[in-house]
Design a protein around this ligand. Structure first.
Ligand SMILES: Cc1cc2nc3c(=O)[nH]c(=O)nc-3n(C[C@H](O)[C@H](O)[C@H](O)COP(=O)(O)OP(=O)(O)OC[C@H]3O[C@@H](n4cnc5c(N)ncnc54)[C@H](O)[C@@H]3O)c2cc1C
Length: 307
């Protein structure tokens, strides 16, 4: 085993995995984390903790993950290369694994221009693919990046990364996934999927290259809260495509909350049928309380045991 974590064990057993996203507080209020964590407990196999997503300052992913470990939950520490050079990255990986973190999601990160600290320095010393290589070297070779310095102790991490099947140019998306696979990624979590036809086409290209046999692919889903949210995301969030049929359903719905949950459950049912999809990644942005009913309605409970 690479990590001895529950997520790795469940995926290696061939079970359909469920991960859920938790956004840390914009401050140090631990109660916010506790409350969100309790909505996810028992409903997901591992909890992704975002790293200052959209470049908005929040509690660090490492600290939030360490709190989840204390709560006997399994976190996936998201780490962006936007804010750290390779010294800070490797130092943080030492600390994170010492604190009991077993999964990492390697990301470049949203540009700081989208956030609340637009003047921040843009580090990007290494990119997401180099970060994957770095973690793999630390884990499998027991050395720092560059291969010379031996590490004291053992790094055990299940290595993940993101993929966006909806960004342009479309053909480049699978090439980028292949590069992440070659760098040593174990699992992939995708951007949220609304355009099922395009996702199916992406998965066809993934299977054509045999990538689904080397990397576990977890399909991203985000429940829509309202017609306004659907319209906003379709218009303003780069790399997200929402078909007019879904926007129409949300806009016309008498009970938009229930309609959003229903659409999400339907999407999960469709994703489960696609060859090569090994799980879902539920990103219920600031809506973690809806996770239990979505997972239940999608027939994904009870969650399998890791042992
Ligand atoms: C599941 C998930 C979780 C996320 N969590 C966070 C988070 O916690 N914090 C945060 O800040 N952001 C987060 N993001 C956003 C993400 O980091 C950005 O959307 C990023 O631009 C794309 O993901 P990446 O980091 O893996 O990018 P990468 O695969 O590293 O690519 C970065 C961008 O540059 C483009 N690119 C790279 N190389 C080339 C090239 N040679 N030619 C042309 N284009 C190129 C890619 O296509 C991509 O658009 C998340 C995204 C997803 C899907």
């Amino acid at each position: 085993m690479k990590s001895e974590g529950a997520l790795e064990k469940i995926l290696e057993k061939g079970e359909f995995a469920v991960t859920g996203e938790l956004g840390p507080p914009k401050g140090n209020d631990v109660e916010v984390i506790r409350q969100k964590a309790e909505y996810l407990r028992g409903n997901v196999d591992a909890i992704n903790v975002t790293d200052n997503q959209t470049s908005i300052v929040r509690m660090s992913s490492i600290a939030t993950c360490a709190l989840l470990v204390q709560m006997r939950l399994e976190p996936v520490m998201q780490m962006v290369t936007r804010d750290r050079n390779r010294i800070a990255i490797q130092s943080d990986i030492f600390g994170a694994t010492a604190l009991g973190i077993k999964n990492i999601l390697c990301l470049s990160g949203d540009h700081q221009i989208f956030g609340n600290q637009k003047e921040a320095a843009n580090v990007f010393d290494i990119d997401s693919i180099q970060l994957i290589q770095c973690v793999k070297t630390m884990r499998d070779e027991g050395t720092l990046l560059g291969g010379e310095e031996k590490i004291e102790g053992k790094i055990r991490l299940f290595i993940g990364a993101a993929a966006n099947p909806f960004a342009d140019p479309f053909e480049f998306r699978v090439v980028r996934l292949a590069k992440k696979g070659k760098a040593g990624v174990d699992f992939i979590q995708t951007q949220c999927i609304y355009d099922m036809d395009r996702f199916k086409e992406w998965m066809r290209m993934v299977r054509e290259r045999g990538l689904h046999k080397r990397v576990h692919i977890l399909a991203g889903v985000t429940p829509l809260k309202s017609g306004g949210m659907a319209r906003y995301m379709a218009k303003n969030v780069a790399g997200i495509t929402i078909p007019d049929s879904i926007i129409g359903r949300m806009v016309k719905a008498k009970e938009p909350v229930q309609e959003g949950v229903k659409i999400c459950v339907e999407q999960i049912e469709q994703l489960r049928q696609i060859e090569g999809v090994h799980g879902i990644h539920l990103m219920a942005i600031e809506w973690e309380q809806r996770v239990p009913e979505i997972v239940k309605q999608a027939g994904l409970l009870p969650r399998p045991t890791a042992s």
